[in-house]
Ligand binder design. Structure first.
Ligand code: ADP
Length: 451
């Protein structure tokens, strides 16, 4: 097992990793920008190294500075968390070249899954169902029109290097194709310095359902069930729940088996999430995230598996130690992402936190790096807390979430708590009747009412 792990991240996930390490008897090294000198992960870690100024490109994305900090402190592994360098194959290679372990899958796997065209190819070869679409890259408008005809409109033109919802354009008919193709290619070039695009069928009312995978270096793979992340604003997840209200036990078992067998075929190790769109009883592979995800705690709540602990264990070369039949799903869990934003306009609202009181009680978990008197910096992601609630029934979870949201006191900044309070009392949400467009429509209606 590792003796010292450097945590190449900030905020709640840095704290989450620190906590797992502490419980495993592993020392931690925090790295931070000058803007984060007072951050909780810096205060709690055994050692801390300042790696640069506030701008992420000079600190949390500064590969050389992070490697130097790890060498200087004698860390034997680096945990990248999510975002920043977590899906950067070059960084994973650099970590290995310096004799340390990158806590994640192999650089080869990260690279393959980071490109949506090669990822989709790998998905097909390993038996995952995919969205009907072009065979690889589409190079010209004529080819795009040919694929549009073949697949049937509407279609979506997507960037191979895409992320954060960028480089995606929908064409509803052949007339819209030239523009969609040109715009997507241009946006892909500007955002990712890679203008490769491909085309797939545009699904109109899908849910976003993803499967959590955990695998060791010896071919042992389990899945930890699904998460329904359909509640999105601008393709960003807002609230997640497990199990999905859309699946029954047989469907859950089937997609879990398909996902596990695909990962075995690929030789995948460490944690990962396979994202699917789900429509009319069919799953379609969307992409794979080769890292721990923001929403992992809801899976921990219903399975009792400490995902970060086991991620670190398998990265150190330990065997997983349990099988699929040892995983039991217990109850329901929901996570609300609480952002420092105005709950109506979504304008970021960083600033100094006055009162800070987190809810407690049975089956309530708050993952956050915030505290009273802390100033939320304006240069990073606006998420300030994750509120995770677990319970035996979905109704019980909704009541518990309502109670916990009411108890949460965050003064001095604006947060999205009022938005979550509205969502969980909405009859359609209570009935589980939502897809990836539901939240945007809900927001439109609610804004109209208040005007
Ligand atoms: P990114 O990496 O930018 O997040 P994804 O491929 O994961 O891109 O897609 C993000 C979101 O875009 C999905 O959750 C879904 O809402 C929408 N989307 C992507 N592909 C399709 C598709 N073929 N049909 C319908 N919606 C899609």
């Amino acid at each position: 097992m590792f003796e010292k792990v450097l945590i190449a991240n900030r905020g709640e996930i840095a704290l989450r990793i620190h906590r797992a390490c502490q419980e495993m008897g592993i020392k931690t090294v925090a790295v931070h920008s000058t803007a984060d000198a007072n951050a909780m992960h810096v205060k709690l870690a055994d050692e801390a190294v300042c790696i640069g100024p506030a701008a992420a490109k000079d600190s949390y994305l500064n590969k050389a500075a992070i490697i130097s900090a790890a060498m200087m402190t004698g860390a034997d592994a680096i945990h990248p968390g999510y975002g920043f360098l977590s899906e950067n194959a070059d960084f994973a290679e650099m970590v290995e070249a310096h004799g340390m372990v990158f806590i994640g899958p192999s650089p080869k796997m990260i690279r393959m899954m980071g490109d949506k065209v090669t990822a989709k190819q790998a998905a097909i070869e390993s038996g995952l169902p995919v969205i009907p679409g072009s065979e690889g890259e589409v190079k010209t408008v004529d080819d795009a029109l040919m694929w549009g005809e073949k697949i049937g409109y509407p279609v979506i033109v997507k960037a191979a290097a895409g992320g954060g919802g960028k480089g995606m354009k929908v064409a509803n008919n052949p007339t819209e194709m030239a523009e969609a193709f040109t715009l997507a290619k241009q946006e892909a070039k500007n955002s990712f310095a890679n203008d490769v695009v491909y085309i797939e069928k545009y699904l109109q009312t899908p849910r976003h359902i993803e499967i959590q995978i955990l695998a060791d270096n010896y071919g042992n793979v389990v899945h930890l069930g699904e998460r329904d992340c359909s509640l999105q604003r601008r393709h960003q997840k807002v609230l997640e729940e497990t199990p999905s209200p859309a699946l029954n036990a047989a469907q859950r078992q089937k997609i879990g088996e398909i996902a596990t067998s695909a990962m075995k075929k690929l030789g995948y190790s460490n944690v990962g999430t396979i994202e699917f769109l789900y429509e009319n009883g069919q799953f379609y592979f969307l992409e794979m995230n080769t890292r721990v995800q923001v929403e992992h705690p809801i899976t921990e709540a219903i399975t009792g598996v400490d995902i970060v602990r086991d991620q670190i264990r398998v990265a150190s070369g330990a065997v997983l130690g349990y099988k699929q039949e040892d995983i039991h799903f217990n109850g329901y869990a929901i996570e609300c992402r609480i952002n420092a934003e105005d709950p109506n306009t979504f304008i970021p609202w960083p600033g100094k936190i006055g009162q800070w009181h987190v809810p407690g009680g049975l089956d309530v978990r708050v993952d956050s790096g915030m505290y009273a008197g802390y100033t939320v910096p304006s240069c990073y992601d606006s998420m300030v807390a994750k509120l995770i609630v677990h319970g035996r029934t979905r109704n019980g979870v909704l009541m518990r979430m309502k109670r916990a949201l009411n108890e949460f006191v965050i003064e001095g900044i604006r947060t999205t708590i009022p938005l979550h309070q509205k969502i969980i009392e909405n009859p359609e949400f209570i009935d589980g009747m939502y897809n990836i467009h539901w939240l945007e429509k809900f927001l439109e209606q609610n804004t109209e009412k208040s005007e």
